[in-house]
Design a protein around this ligand. Sequence first.
Ligand SMILES: [Zn+2]
Length: 310
Amino acid sequence: MAESGTPVLRASRRRWLNQKMAESGTPKMTDSCFTPKMAESEGFRTPNAAMDFLEGQTSFWCDTWCAVTSFKNLFPRLYALACNPDAVVAEMRSANGWNLERNRQITGGVVATHLTQMVALLPVAPLSGSSDTWRWVLEGDGRFTVCSVRRRIEESILPVGNRSTRWNRFVPIKVNTFIWRLALDRLPTRCNLDRRGIDLPSLLCPICDGHVEEARHLFFYCQLAVDVWSRVERWLQQSFLMFMHLDDVFDWIDSRPTPRMDRIITDTVCLTALWVLWTYRNAVVFGTLEYRKQFIFDNIVSFSFIWFSS
Ligand SMILES: [Zn+2]
């Protein structure tokens, strides 16, 4: 399951996970920073809906217990209007539901919207009556396990596809890593950097300056990429399909009715072509003048030969 949300949201979730994991420390392995409601907001399954706050000291406004941060931070205007800003969760809950008395009547506007949003975050289930406790909702028994965190982080960060990770033993590790990042669309293209909230003077492709620089454009749609693939095609004396995605390259290579070693050679050349395109792009972005456009194909030929024969 691929993680939902923009890269910025995903990065925020990662920061939040890291922060929470750091805050939780190591001493009490059954402790967890996740509440069922927080877990829901993260897309977790919540095996336990009941929450335990009746006799505890969890601050309704100041503790992070029901959202990704405290209600004080999330709704500062509501906090400013609270009759009892020091109330614990149990004090805010009555038999009829949540007691959200305020010093002043809310008639509308942003504050009313925030009140609606806060009510939507509050759990509907009644309090159980036991002491405050944290449960690790990623495991059915409520116990913390590193495995569950790793699994959750992988589900959150790594897009899951049907294709297994490829590894070509002839190209350097840096090239295999680069291909792995490209497959996950994790290369720092201008489009991806922008999605991570980094301000850039331009999102356009540094090579053609005509389209937004995303991986698909850079490696397959950009006129330079089209020309490079065309030359590689002629060099290999093969007829490429129109590549529009990295998967197209792999599908085409894997479907070739040729001896296995021929497919490995083709794979090596294609990975090299992608790598050389990326290094040329970086040379353009960072102003490395010695890497000129006319060297691209020569580099593909020489690198792939050196790597395959070494
Ligand atoms: Zn371009």
